[in-house]
Design a protein around this ligand. Structure first.
Ligand code: DQA
Length: 166
């Protein structure tokens, strides 16, 4: 199913129940705050998760935020997300962005709209970061706004699900 069609389907279902968004962060993102702060900033992942929970609650939604350094965990979570009652997925795949056909397959095979997000702007960095294996399966991509990329991605997906986007 095309990413826009997935969003339309999820939006129809979501009006009937409270919106839950799965937020998945991949390898090395547990080290945010300490890891290359000149690139990724000083905000920790746990601070990002706290802000996301507040922003979601303000719009009557909820987030379930998870992080793993293991590709299989990300694939399992994405694969189970619809059955687990989520309406959409926000995904920062870390370096798996540039390497993982398995993660692409997981996103492509999910019926849920997925937003790819990054703190940095991979297109403005090393050559190998310019390719995303995941992007063709996603509804859209937010990158380059530091920790704020997570909040922007949440807002964008809620706008879409609640029918408030243009
Ligand atoms: C990242 C960008 C990736 O290229 C990198 O491997 C990461 C973080 C980001 O959020 O900017 O681990 O996904």
């Amino acid at each position: 199913m095309a990413p826009r069609a997935k969003a339309a389907k999820a939006a129809r279902k979501s009006s009937a129940r409270s919106l839950r968004i799965l937020v998945v962060s991949g390898p090395n993102l547990n080290r945010l705050g300490k890891r290359e702060p000149h690139i990724y900033g000083s905000t920790t992942l746990s601070q990002i998760h706290t802000e996301l929970a507040k922003s979601a609650a303000e719009r009557g939604a909820a987030v379930d935020c998870r992080q793993s350094n293991h590709e299989g965990d990300l694939i399992d979570w994405i694969g189970a997300a619809e059955d687990d009652g989520f309406a959409a997925i926000l995904l920062n795949p870390g370096a798996f962005t540039h390497t993982s056909y398995a993660l692409y397959d997981a996103v492509k095979g999910s019926s849920l709209p997925t937003v790819e997000l990054h703190l940095s702007n991979p297109d403005a960095r090393e050559e190998f970061r310019r390719e995303s294996k995941i992007a063709p399966a996603c509804l859209g991509r937010i990158a380059g706004f530091g920790a704020a990329s997570y909040g922007i991605a949440l807002r964008a997906v809620l706008d879409r699900l609640l029918g408030e986007s243009t």
